[in-house]
Design a binder for this molecule. Structure first.
Ligand SMILES: [Zn+2]
Length: 414
């Protein structure tokens, strides 16, 4: 019996939550039942499609760009920035202080709600520093990295032990490779075969359903639990995950918030837990949905094909620590995002229109206007309405709003 059939039988036994959980496994489970090289087998006409078909050339192309950028940037750019740990601690202290104010000051309801949103904003900013710490660009010691991540990820119920494997070893190394990366929504064949996929598809941006509006405020926390309890058992690359430790960390986090909520009561819990959690989710997901969902799945790693940056307001870059520079981050994950703008300038120089950084709001609008299921022949498709968009067309539209210079006729080779 194929692994896909086993997954199907197990899926039928699960509860509604498990149904949703298994559905997101499909990107990992279904690869064996779908012809490999789906995105590359179709007669794509763009350079992007050509590069996906020619995996070896792509790898050489990426390696050349990476080496050239590393050579041209000053050495200190690639060193750790321990001062970021102080920034994280200041943010943590601000969160603690604001929480205390919300719990002790007798503020009017509206003022409390505004401060609660600000609290969520602080949690969102802190997440980005936790992400840096997890890549080792802040401090070298693992226990300090874990401590920083533990504080930064607490509101998301995200165990640092899971994050190291999920994000660092699986997502970064195998971005948009369907049998590894849990962060995409899989193939049309899987959608048609598994009811569970159809449940989640309605929730995703681009489905056209009202419920998809809940995606940004909740998905990162929900997805974390799905990866922890379900996807990490099916996707490749999670073999090294210390499950007992990750589960314990998550349960401790959940226990902490449940205990706190029981002490505080409904209104205070809404102000210092629920609303900040949803605001923080919205902030980080407003970047995360633009990172890879508009990009094709591939057979071989290629950060230019599978990742996308956005151009956001300078104040947003300041308070979100340049998380908008995502392709740059995939080129140099261990480099402090403080220097990501330098990499962006080099990518514009050497990658031409293969480097995408459309305006942030335009990218978000594109995510909510395009389907999430990967069909054959290089398309995203909505199986309910039949609506589809070719990556070739999507790519052209994103290049147009990115404002990249015309592509080098030799394919952007430096
Ligand atoms: Zn990362």
């Amino acid at each position: 019996m194929s692994s896909a059939n086993v997954a199907f039988r197990k899926e039928r036994k699960h509860s509604a939550l498990a149904v949703a959980a298994v559905s997101t496994l499909t990107a990992c489970d279904e690869l064996d039942s779908v012809p490999r090289g789906n995105a590359g087998s179709a007669p794509l006409t763009t350079d992007l499609g050509n590069r996906i078909r020619q995996g070896e050339r792509t790898a050489a192309h990426i390696a050349t760009i990476k080496a050239k950028i590393r050579h041209e940037l000053p050495p200190h750019v690639f060193r750790r920035c321990p001062a970021r740990a102080l920034t994280a601690l200041v943010l943590g202290a601000a969160i603690a202080a604001l929480t205390a104010v919300l719990l002790t000051a007798r503020l009017p309801g509206f003022s409390s709600l505004v401060l609660s949103v600000v609290l969520g904003g602080l949690y969102g900013s802190l997440f980005f520093l936790g992400h840096e710490a997890g890549h080792g660009s802040v401090v070298r010691q693992w226990h300090l990295q874990d401590a920083l991540m533990g504080i930064a990820f607490l509101i998301f119920l995200l165990p640092p032990t899971l994050w190291r494997v999920w994000h660092n070893r699986v997502h970064h190394v195998h971005t948009n490779l369907p049998d590894y990366d849990p962060d995409n929504f899989g193939w049309l064949a899987a959608y048609r075969r598994l009811r569970s996929i159809r449940v989640v598809a309605a929730f995703t941006p681009g489905s056209g359903r009202w419920i998809s509006l809940l995606y940004l405020p909740t998905w990162f926390t929900v997805h974390t639990q799905l990866v922890l309890w379900f996807q990490s058992r099916r996707c490749r690359g999670f073999e090294s995950l210390n499950r007992p430790r990750a589960a314990t960390e998550s349960l401790v986090m959940v226990g902490f918030w449940v205990w706190l909520a029981m002490q505080l009561g409904p209104w205070s819990s809404l102000l210092v837990i629920v609303l900040p959690m949803m605001v923080a989710n919205t902030i980080i997901m407003s970047y995360i949905v633009t990172n890879h969902l508009l990009r094709p799945v591939v057979d071989d790693p290629d950060p230019l094909a599978t990742s996308m940056s956005v151009t956001t307001h300078p104040w947003m870059d300041l308070i979100h620590f340049n998380f908008s520079h995502h392709v740059e981050h995939h080129f140099f994950p261990a480099m402090s995002p403080r220097y990501a703008p330098l990499v962006r300038a080099k990518l514009r120089q050497y990658a031409g229109d293969s480097f995408l950084a459309p305006p942030h709001l335009r990218a978000l609008r594109a995510v909510f206007r395009t389907p999430r299921i990967h069909g054959e022949h290089g398309v995203l498709v909505d199986p309910v309405s039949g609506r589809s968009i070719r990556f070739a067309d999507l790519d052209s539209a994103l290049v147009a709003v990115t404002g990249a210079r015309p592509r080098d006729p030799r394919g952007g080779e430096p």
